[in-house]
Each structure stands twice: as C-alpha cells, then as structure tokens.
Design a protein around this ligand. Structure first.
Ligand code: GDP
Ligand code: ZN
Length: 291
C-alpha cells in the first residue's frame, strides 16, 4: 500500500497525492459502517489498481486535528489575516478569530496586510500583539513586503487562512505562489461569481509537507462553542497569565476586588482594546447560555 494525503474530494472521488503523483481514489465501503468519512487533509493508505492507476482508500491514519468549518483534517496552523485599512482594521474581530484558533489549539500567525496604506498604525498594532507573545508579520502584496517571511511560516504546516473578505487573503496566496491564480477583487464581484460557481475545498501544495487550504477557515464567527464563562480567559494569553495573581481563582476580571487583570489594564500592560474584547465576549457567552 502507498501513503498519501487527500487534497481534494469531488462527487465521491478523493484525490490522493502520493510520491507517484496524484491518484483518483474511492473510499472503501467499510468506512460508512464505521461512521468515518475521509476528509481533505487526511493521511491515508491506498491500494492502487495498476490496470487503470486508480485507487482505494484502505485506511485513514490518526488525525492531528479536525476542523468542522471548513471540514478538513490535520490543519496545524491558522493565519489570521486583517488589513490595516480598506477594510479598516477591526481588533474586536481579530480577537474573535484568535479565540477560535486558541480553542482549536492550532499554531497562530497574525498577518497584518496592506501595511502600505498606513505603516505607523500597522506597527503600533503589530507591537501590541507581539507583546502578548504572538507571531505577527506585516505584509503588503502591493509592495512585496513580508511575503518571504510569510512563506517561511508556512513550511511544514497545513495552514488555513482566516479573516474577513477583502483583506487580501487570495492576493497573499497568489504572492506566495503565482501558480495558485486565486480570484481576487472587491467583495461584490466575488459574491457575484460565488453564486455561479460550485465551491469545493482544496489543499494547495507549496512543497513537500507544506499545504495551504484555498478557502478561508472558520465559516461562522459564533462563540457558542464556549459554554462556560470561565473558559474564555484561557483564550486570552495575557489575561490568563496575569489572572493567576487575582485574589479569587474564579475571578472573571470584571468587578471583582483585587483583580490583577484590571490592575494591569490600568498600568497599560494589557491593551484596553483586548480587555474590552474580552468583556464583550464574556457578555455574549452569557447571552448564548440563556437560550
Ligand atoms: P480576500 O477577500 O481576503 O481574498 O481579498 P483579495 O485578495 O481578493 O483582495 C481584496 C482587495 O485588496 C483587492 O482589490 C486587492 O488588490 C487588494 N489588496 C490585496 N493586498 C493588498 C495590499 O497589500 N495593499 C493594498 N493596498 N491592497 C491590497
Ligand atoms: Zn481578575
């Protein structure tokens, strides 16, 4: 049997990339009984029929991770892309993406794109998130800034790009590899196209062991996967860190006395926008729970 990775699935066929090229495969019927469905990103063992060079997926190797939206296995990294302008940077939305990626326990790389539109503001933002301990890069596809650094971060990973429409995700992928030829442009043009083309998810190969998904991660931005208010601070690194110094271990860092987090916000060691995202998400989790 030959090992490979599923890069695409269309109409019951799976396309498995192996050392001998890409083989069109069907899945063994038994998977259905086992309630197991091969996913894009799965490492599989296939049996190749030498007569017509098609294959059968015989075994799915253990998964390192599994995302629901989009449905893909073995993703190791999320690249959270935001533009500094056009559309305007939205720290609240950025923090939301970070919370989701933290929850999935994936490597996180923050990419501030379109730095050509406001270098100073980009640097300010980059410093805030670097200060928390995140990997952050500033990029511009227009001026070819940060593209090589982005490429390096993609090595030996299966990465998904996440971020709102129009921030430059497709442009960045095209800058990384000109063979990708993903559609770029303003939002209205894309929605028009989207209506007439059927979308399928595909892993694009950068080099051996490095892939990117051609579609944005995290289809929905609901925080309903967090059931307990106390869980939220796990996904804000700096709040988690300083929270160990609060008087109460159950401190939610709202109005409790002797709260180390509020203290650090006052001292300027925790950014006010990060703290306000935290309070806002906390409220949302409470409201979700009410239904
Ligand atoms: P996506 O929806 O996130 O995939 O965004 P696109 O890649 O389609 O880009 C949206 C628009 O932003 C396009 O008009 C791009 O030309 C433009 N754009 C992408 N990257 C940059 C950049 O670095 N600087 C500037 N000024 N515009 C960019
Ligand atoms: Zn506290």
């Amino acid at each position: 049997m030959v090992e490979g990775i599923i890069t695409k699935g269309i109409g019951g066929f799976y396309y498995v990339k192996t050392e001998n090229g890409t083989i069109e495969c069907r899945a063994r019927g038994l998977f259905r009984e086992e309630n197991l469905k091969p996913l894009i990103g799965d490492r599989v063992l296939i049996r190749i029929n030498s007569e017509d060079n098609t294959g059968y997926i015989e075994e799915i190797l253990p998964r390192k991770s599994q995302l629901l939206r989009p449905p893909v296995a073995n993703v190791t990294q999320v690249i959270i892309v935001m533009s500094i302008k056009n559309p305007d940077i939205n720290p609240w939305l950025m923090d939301r993406f970070i919370v989701m990626a933290e929850k999935e326990k994936l490597n996180i790389l923050i990419c501030i794109n379109k730095v050509d539109l406001d270098y100073d503001k980009s640097q300010e933002l980059i410093n805030i998130y670097k200060g928390i301990g995140y990997d952050v890069i500033g990029t511009s596809t227009k001026e070819n800034i940060g593209i090589n650094e982005l490429k390096e971060h993609l090595n030996n990973n299966i990465s998904v790009f996440a971020g709102p429409s129009g921030v430059g995700k497709s442009s960045l992928l095209n800058a990384i590899n000109k063979d990708f030829k993903l559609k770029t442009g303003d939002v209205s043009a894309k929605t028009k196209r989207g209506r007439h083309t059927t979308r399928h998810v595909e892993l694009l190969e950068l080099n051996k062991d490095s892939y990117v998904l051609d579609t944005p991660g995290f289809g929905s931005l609901n925080l309903d996967f967090i059931e307990d208010e106390l869980e939220l601070k796990e996904y804000f690194r700096e709040i988690k860190k300083h929270g160990t110094d609060c008087k109460f271990s159950s401190c939610l860092h709202e109005n409790e006395p002797e709260c180390a987090v509020k203290k650090q916000v006052e001292l300027g060691n925790i950014s006010e926008t990060r703290y306000s995202s935290y309070l806002d998400f906390l409220q949302e989790i409470r409201e979700n729970r009410r239904y």
